[in-house]
Design a binder for this molecule. Structure first.
Ligand code: MSP
Length: 656
């Protein structure tokens, strides 16, 4: 029996998961399910990355011990994966005992091979990435991923002789062209390796939250050396070599482009040093973006899987994420597209077809699958198209072209729809001919259901039940003697409705801003001038708050601003946006979003922020108010990705 070992990155547990994490995990799940349905021995590993500076900082911020902090977040990952029907075989945590032992073991092997030495490191470190950057890799002095300035660090450190593996890595890439996938991303890595491969600092002394480095004393293992090892510790290395040998090398490490260097350069070099075989493939996919920006915890613009599933359901979410965006490329998340595709494809082309044929089979054949009878050219065409799916989908999924595979499956289902429209079974009086037509549609649906099963498992389970069949891809061909009982059941996919964007609120683009400085306006009695940080940009605002706040009271607050307001000059100073404050009986208080990151969107559930510029009249026309120290529009509460917008004022205040 052939095996298939697939992994996702292990996600940082500094916060709850968002649909960017779900994207990779769903893709891995589709592959795992596909190979399982083909009868292969599959192992699907996911988990969490729990050590390092970033987690230590997040725990400190939450006032918790790191282990308690991460323990508290694990359910949010496991629940999200359960909600999304993710069929992983093992969930690894880097705080697991067996993993920690494996990390010590791999470092010892590297050391034995002469690849670990003591030195000193000085450089610019980004905590978000948990890595050092060279000056030239920064954009405007900031980390290109997190748009924050790295910190200067200097420390004694153990190093891994990464540089030693330059030629070996280049030889390996050449001999294994499938390793760096997709191929159009390979060149960038190859060029960087050719250019310069510096030794890697693999221990820290100024951090205690990690696995003690097994060489010397007082050092903690670099979080990436720790994390990458999960791919082998998660399948038993080194204590259960039987299991390990059955599954290793990994068939595919699935990641996004933010971490390709670690997986395509550092990880293979570590394995070479430890004398372990290399994985077969690292597949790098693009980013899911929201309004053109990478969705991320640090940028605060993320959507949680719970939000999407709550609004649209599990299978529509799974289906949409993989059908809409070509997997290797970046793509913007769009609710309108989700609704259109799910309605046209799952509800109509698939669900409606099943419902129509089931009605006819129940009516004319008491629910029994009719005999296939005599095929004409029309039936032969459907049979042929069904039988072509196997090689088409195999090829698409081998290249992780999920959207292409779905186009092929949908293309086939559309052909079956067309066949039904053309043959008009509801008008056929000859029972044998009617049987043949209904059989062909049923068998087409059976084949289509099997191929859709990895993508939309619950919906296809429902369909298979109605068709009286079991899902499998071990035998994927169109048969002429399938038997079973059709029993019409619950609609496969209800039509989804897009949230209306015609609410006046939809004109706004509200964002959380961190007040950096505040000072009186030099030429206006009532105004304060604020410098604010919106995550990826700084702006100046003028606000009529002088009578209500001392400037220093505002500094450090996370306020809410209308970020798409046309800039206006107020007594010589250009105000780029407007902050929101509530006003009741002469008391004025600014709106606050204490837990949210600068730049995070402030929205009403389901209403997308507007990207067009608006005028002050537009803003004045929107009636926001307060209720129980929260802010509301039309009875609905304003939210950030991490919580509510609050204001310490009586109910019914006017907000502007
Ligand atoms: N802990 C490391 C990985 C260690 S693996 C040995 C890490 N964690 S992470 O939580 O930041 O997750 C990064 C991964 O999450 C990306 O490589 C990608 O798989 C997924 N994604 C996170 N944000 C994403 C998008 N906006 N879009 C697509 N994938 C996203 O890095």
């Amino acid at each position: 029996m052939s095996k298939y070992y697939i992994t996702t990155p292990i996600y940082y547990v500094n916060d709850v998961p968002h649909i960017g994490h779900a994207y990779t995990t769903i893709a891995a799940d589709v592959l795992a399910r596909y190979h399982r349905l083909k009868g292969e021995k599959v192992f699907f590993l996911t988990g969490t990355d729990e050590h390092g500076q970033k987690i230590a900082d997040a725990a400190a911020k939450a006032g918790k011990k790191p282990k308690d902090f991460v323990d508290g977040l694990i359910p949010s990952f496991k629940d999200a994966w359960k909600l999304l029907n993710i069929s992983y075989d093992h969930f690894i945590r880097t705080t697991d005992d067996h993993h920690q032992k494996a990390v010590l073991e791999i470092i010892k092997l590297c050391e034995k091979n002469g690849d670990i030495y003591l030195g000193e490191y000085e450089g610019l470190y980004c905590k978000g990435c948990e890595r050092y950057y060279l000056e030239r890799d920064l954009v405007d002095g900031k980390c290109p991923m997190h748009l924050t300035a790295p910190i200067h660090m200097k420390e004694e450190s153990y190093f891994f002789k990464l540089g030693k593996y330059q030629d070996k890595l280049l030889e390996f890439y050449k001999a294994n062209p499938g390793f760096l996938s997709p191929s159009y991303r390979a060149e960038e890595i190859i060029n960087r390796v050719k250019e310069d491969l510096k030794d890697l600092s693999v221990s820290r002394t100024n951090l205690s939250w990690g696995i003690p480095f097994p060489v010397g004393t007082g050092h903690v293992t670099y979080v990436w050396f720790d994390a990458l090892t999960n791919y082998i510790s998660g399948i038993g290395w080194p204590q259960d070599m039987k299991k390990f040998n059955q599954l290793w090398p990994a068939d595919c490490h699935l990641i996004a482009k933010d971490i390709s260097w670690f997986h395509e350069v550092i990880w293979p070099a570590m394995l070479m040093s430890a004398g372990i075989e290399l994985p077969k493939k690292v597949f790098v996919h693009g980013f899911l973006t929201v309004e053109g920006q990478k969705m991320s915890k640090s940028l605060g613009n993320f959507i949680t899987p719970q939000e999407l599933v709550g609004r649209f359901g599990v299978d529509p979410t799974r289906y949409f994420l993989l059908s809409y965006i070509p997997f290797g490329q970046d793509g913007d998340f769009s609710e309108a597209q989700l609704v259109t595709r799910v309605n046209g494809e799952i509800a109509d082309a698939y669900g409606n077809l099943l419902s129509r044929v089931a009605t006819l089979v129940e009516k004319n054949f008491q629910g029994q699958w009719p005999a296939s009878g005599k095929f004409t050219e029309l039936e032969n065409d459907i049979e042929k198209a069904a039988n072509e799916l196997e090689s088409q989908v195999d090829k698409s999924l081998a290249g992780l072209e999920f959207n292409k595979a779905l186009e092929q499956i949908l293309g086939f289902l559309r052909a079956v729809n067309k066949y039904m429209t053309e043959t008009q079974p509801w008008k056929i009086t000859d029972k044998d001919r009617l049987g043949t037509v209904l059989y062909t549609v049923l068998e087409g649906l059976r084949v289509g259901t099997n191929y859709l099963a990895p993508f939309i498992p619950a919906t296809t389970e429902n369909a298979a039940k109605q068709l009286g069949q079991k899902i499998s891809l071990e035998h994927a061909k169109f048969d002429r003697d399938t038997k079973g009982v059709v029993k019409k059941g619950e609609v496969l996919q209800k039509k989804l409705e897009a949230k209306k964007q015609d609410s006046p609120f939809a004109k706004l683009n509200l964002r959380v801003a961190h007040v950096v400085t505040a000072a009186p306006h030099p030429d206006a009695d009532k105004l304060l001038v604020l410098k604010i940080n919106l995550g990826n940009e700084e702006r100046t605002l003028c606000a009529g708050l002088k009578a209500f706040y001392k400037p220093e009271e505002l500094v450090g607050k996370h306020i809410v601003v209308v970020s798409n307001l046309k800039p206006a000059k107020l007594r010589g100073i250009v105000s780029q946006g407007m902050l929101l404050a509530a006003d009741k009986n002469g008391v004025v208080k600014v709106l606050e979003a204490p837990g949210a990151e600068p730049g995070a969107p402030v929205t009403l559930p389901g209403v997308k922020p507007n990207t067009q510029e608006i005028t002050i009249d537009d803003v004045m026309a929107i009636k926001l108010t307060t209720r129980m120290k929260k802010t509301v529009f039309d009875g609905q509460q304003l939210v950030t990705p991490t919580g509510d917008v609050v204001v310490d004022i009586e109910d019914g205040a006017t907000i502007r």
